[in-house]
Design a binder for this molecule. Structure first.
Ligand SMILES: Cc1cc2nc3c(=O)[nH]c(=O)nc-3n(C[C@H](O)[C@H](O)[C@H](O)COP(=O)(O)OP(=O)(O)OC[C@H]3O[C@@H](n4cnc5c(N)ncnc54)[C@H](O)[C@@H]3O)c2cc1C
Length: 551
């Protein structure tokens, strides 16, 4: 961007959002240089932090008029680099749009601005209702980011994903026009544009108002953990339970390494000798929960469980869930660095894929922890490495890529819930043919007919074309640490962080209690440069899981 354009842009953005909400100083901008995928970092020339939907509209319209590309950002907790800035455009940070606009429990709807956190929605409608999609990052991630990524969570096995809970959107299109998609009603006539927008990873416009469906809180909840000698045996139990007709609210698997890491944080006292744990939650009527609990315990024992433990009270339930939800950040307790991978396989292929991961782990002499949504077959292998040990990071990158390939070989997908972003771009062509990618691009252009999103793709691709290994090396040389493990930078919402702290990598992409994200892995081998002649955009793969279903 040339100097005169930048000056005009900055002046006009400041007229909209106010002097202090348009950042241009590198110290302030470092806060936003990465999302949770730390091995990419780009300093944007300008970040604007609007306070209202109208300010977002005006900012996008100016960008359109001046032909300046932009990227939207929620809380920056994404693990695929979707909110990575571009070095010749504007970062539109939505964290100041944090109002819950309406709570309409009679119609089971809540209307929010995009910067509202996921957990705030459930809290706003408790105790009688709740909002089911529950990413482990729910304390910090924004609903706008959830919509863009079609985020999931532990309870999505029974309840479905974000797409099943968004009934209406106000969207600012790339030319600054504001459109309403859907509303409070369950279904609208015409093409399912709402469905197209959810999971489109910020490529079709900026969501400025979101209508969500909430559901009645269950009468009873029972949480248990079953221990097994191996993930294979635990996988058998998952099949038994699901084939037996029980639909648990959640069914999550952790292997030995993941249990070890989480024990440092949650102190749940799970047996040290367990090879794997299944965390199972049943919800519904009191009578049903009671009956199903016995059934699930006997199914687990029948599949070879070495023991089960039922949460005695709310405190113990919370400790069980902390074991699961803290697993990514807790990995920092046992490994200096790690990659978080995100792939999906048909549930029945769990056994072969876990065996392949084990084989790769031995071959590459690197530990891989497994913690995942077992009911959905959504794997999150955590590849542990020491970035200070010569060649180890590269080995870990390669191993991560091979895990994704193993998912594809078994008929799975390159992402379950973290999105394509920068990370999985090179894998798009492994999953989709040229015609599929061209169809994605056509859809994208329908929302952005003048092609300003295509302008955005060029420079962004170049900015992302650095090899991740190089980026990481630079980070290590600069003492910035690469994957965040120990310690924490508290989240910043809508405010720039003082320079010294901003330099500590991803500033608002972890949770305030010291939870840290790991890093995605897939794209690191060629940093996105190999994505093909015309980038397909960042439409979410894993679309097979993104069916809208009943709302
Ligand atoms: C510890 C940890 C655990 C996690 N666990 C889960 C999990 O269980 N399940 C899961 O699905 N994810 C999980 N994630 C990933 C992440 O939290 C989700 O993808 C989340 O939805 C991102 O929200 P965000 O507000 O941080 O979005 P950001 O990272 O800021 O942005 C993500 C994408 O959304 C776009 N975007 C943001 N706001 C808007 C908007 N208003 N309109 C249009 N586009 C927008 C951005 O351009 C970008 O492409 C986890 C992350 C961490 C760090």
């Amino acid at each position: 961007m040339d100097g005169s354009l930048t000056s005009e842009l900055v002046a006009r953005l400041r007229a909209i959002a106010g002097e202090e909400h348009v950042l241009t100083h590198p110290h302030d901008l470092r806060t936003y240089q990465s999302d949770g995928l730390l091995h990419y970092h780009v300093l944007p020339p300008v970040a604007v932090l609007p306070a209202t939907g109208d300010e977002v509209r005006a900012a996008v319209a100016i960008c359109h008029e001046l032909r300046v590309p932009w990227v939207a950002r929620g809380s920056g907790s994404g693990l695929s680099g979707g909110a990575l800035p571009i070095d010749n455009g504007v970062l539109i940070v939505l964290s100041r749009l944090r109002r819950i606009l309406e709570i309409d429990l009679e119609n089971a709807r809540v209307v929010v601005e995009p910067g509202v956190t996921n957990l705030a929605v459930s809290r706003a409608v408790a105790p009688d209702f709740f909002y089911p999609p529950d990413p482990s990052s729910q304390q910090v991630c924004s609903i706008g980011g959830n919509v863009a990524e079609n985020s999931g969570g532990a309870h999505c096995f029974k309840y479905g994903f974000t797409t099943n809970y968004v009934t209406g959107l106000e969207v600012v299109l790339p030319d600054g026009e504001v459109v309403e998609l859907g509303g409070k009603a369950v279904e609208a006539p015409g093409y399912d544009l709402l469905g197209a927008f959810v999971g489109s990873e910020g490529t079709l416009g900026v969501a400025t108002k979101i209508t969500l469906r909430v559901v009645p809180a269950p009468e009873a909840v029972k949480t248990l953990v079953a221990f097994f000698d191996s993930t294979h045996a635990a996988g058998e139990a998952v099949s038994e339970i699901v084939q037996g007709g029980v639909v648990p609210g959640a069914i999550e698997m952790m292997d030995r390494l993941a249990i070890d890491a989480s024990e440092h944080v949650a102190h749940a006292g799970w047996p040290a000798e367990a090879g794997a744990a299944l965390l199972i939650e049943l919800d519904g009527s009191r009578a049903e929960c009671h009956a199903r609990l016995d059934e699930v315990v006997s199914q687990c024992m029948g599949a070879g469980a070495t023991g089960t433990r039922i949460a005695a009270d709310a405190k113990e339930r919370e400790a069980f869930w902390t074991m699961r939800k803290a697993a990514f950040p807790a990995m920092g307790r046992i490994s200096p660095h790690y990659f978080v991978q995100d792939g999906v396989i048909p549930r029945t292929r769990l056994g072969p894929v876990l065996a392949r991961i084990e084989e790769l782990s031995r071959e590459y002499d690197l530990r891989v922890a497994n913690v995942f949504h077992a009911g959905d077959g959504n794997l999150h292998p955590l590849v542990c490495y020491d970035g200070h040990s010569e060649g180890e990071a590269e080995r870990a990158e390669e191993l991560s890529g091979l895990i994704l390939q193993a998912c594809l070989d078994e008929g799975g997908s390159i992402t379950g819930e973290h999105g394509v972003g920068v990370d999985k771009k090179p894998f798009m062509s492994k999953m989709f043919g040229e015609e599929d990618l061209a169809a994605f691009q056509k859809l994208r252009c329908a929302f952005d007919p003048l092609g300003s999103s295509a302008d955005r793709a060029g420079p962004r691709r170049a900015a992302r074309g650095r090899r991740a290994g190089d980026a990481r090396r630079r980070r290590h040389e600069a003492g910035l640490g690469g994957t965040r493990t120990k310690g924490s930078d508290p989240f910043v919402h809508g405010r720039a962080r003082p320079a010294g702290r901003a330099q500590r990598g991803r500033p608002d992409g972890g949770d305030p209690g010291g939870r840290r994200a790991g890093r995605g892995a897939g794209a690191v081998r060629d940093g996105g440069a190999a994505a093909g002649a015309r980038p397909p955009g960042r439409l979410g793969a894993g679309d097979s899981r993104r069916r809208r279903g009943d709302r």
